[in-house]
Design a protein around this ligand. Structure first.
Ligand SMILES: [Zn+2]
Length: 318
């Protein structure tokens, strides 16, 4: 099968634990990904909220250098354009797309955005959970996108970089949609309405619902040609013991119902969070695909979710 994933944290996790991206006991590695007939994988470098300024930038550079070595040793192709993705797939290689999770990487300096672009980064998640120089994350006080955030989004539009609103506060989310003239990405998110329906209680509920997309956001992304990667994180899917494939199906169905068939893709969040055992590894993707087809999704729809919607998005935006 063909697979396109919009988000994983495998790079920072491997570097932290001194493991290889080629073969490891984590959620994802190049060896297991090679089982797909075609495989496009977004690899994010996650910037922890404790890091700001030059510390965030040098943390990024260390991780990027590590990952470039891992890619060249494993034969994965770092793709900067849609044509490079097509060529990598035609050669039977992993088409790796570089991302950074956390606009704090820029340290408030726009020239670092141009440097990221030169290195090959094509997706920037504007915030992580806290406030940064661009705006407010979903776990911060919340508020408008800051002037520097507006400058960054405009510069990304000009460069052909993708603004990723996963983790952003709701107010900031709409500011990004108002500022950008391009399709916007929520690389790894779930549905707030489904979470509110299925979760009973718990202190984590507030955060997971704030982190998720409400129906208005899903509709707004869809109307703008945007894309939502379905997050497999256990607490973002739900919290009952059977929240594996079943919960993924609930969120996928709702997002499709609100946003239509072209808005949904996969943003696994592999190696970035705790995942239900049914979904906890790239090797389980074909089983999820089969589960979706056994529960009312057509093969045509599954091809869109697991591959084609993401590829079309990259074609439009890169
Ligand atoms: Zn994340």
């Amino acid at each position: 099968m063909r697979f396109l994933d919009l988000h994983c944290d495998t790079v920072t996790e491997c570097r932290k634990r001194r493991l290889s991206v080629k073969c490891n006991p984590l959620h994802l590695d190049f060896d297991r990904g090679a089982a797909f007939s075609e495989w496009v994988q977004t690899f994010a470098v996650w910037i922890p909220d404790e890091l700001r300024g030059d510390a965030a930038w040098s943390y990024y550079l260390d991780n990027a250098a590590f990952f470039e070595c891992e890619c060249s040793e494993s034969g994965a192709t770092v793709c900067r354009t849609y044509d490079e993705i097509r060529n990598a797939l035609a050669d039977g290689k992993c088409a790796a797309v570089f991302a950074v999770e956390g606009g704090a990487v820029l340290g408030g300096r726009i020239n670092r955005l141009y440097e990221l672009y030169r290195i090959g980064v094509r997706i920037l998640t504007l915030t992580w959970n806290a406030e940064n120089e661009l705006g407010f994350g979903c776990q911060s006080a919340g508020g408008r996108l800051k002037p520097f955030g507006t400058d960054v989004v405009r510069a990304m539009d000009e460069l052909g970089m993708i603004a990723d609103v996963s983790h952003l506060d709701r107010v900031g989310f709409y500011d990004v949609l108002d500022t950008s003239r391009r399709p916007v990405l929520a690389s790894h998110s779930t549905s707030a309405a489904v979470l509110e329906r299925t979760r009973k209680d718990g202190t984590d509920k507030v955060f997971s619902v704030r982190r998720a997309l409400d129906d208005g956001q899903i509709r707004a992304l869809s109307e703008r040609g945007g894309l939502i990667g379905l997050n497999f994180c256990r607490s973002f899917l739900g919290d009952s013991p059977d929240d594996g494939f079943d919960a993924a199906l609930r969120h996928a169905s709702h997002i499709l119902e609100i946003g239509g068939e072209s808005v949904l893709a996969v943003g696994s969040d592999f190696d970035g969070c705790e995942i239900h055992p049914e979904l906890a590894g790239i090797e389980y993707i074909p089983r999820l695909y089969a589960y979706f087809t056994e529960h009312g999704f057509s093969r045509v729809l599954c091809e869109k979710i697991f591959f084609e919607n993401g590829l079309h998005f990259f074609k439009n935006v890169l």
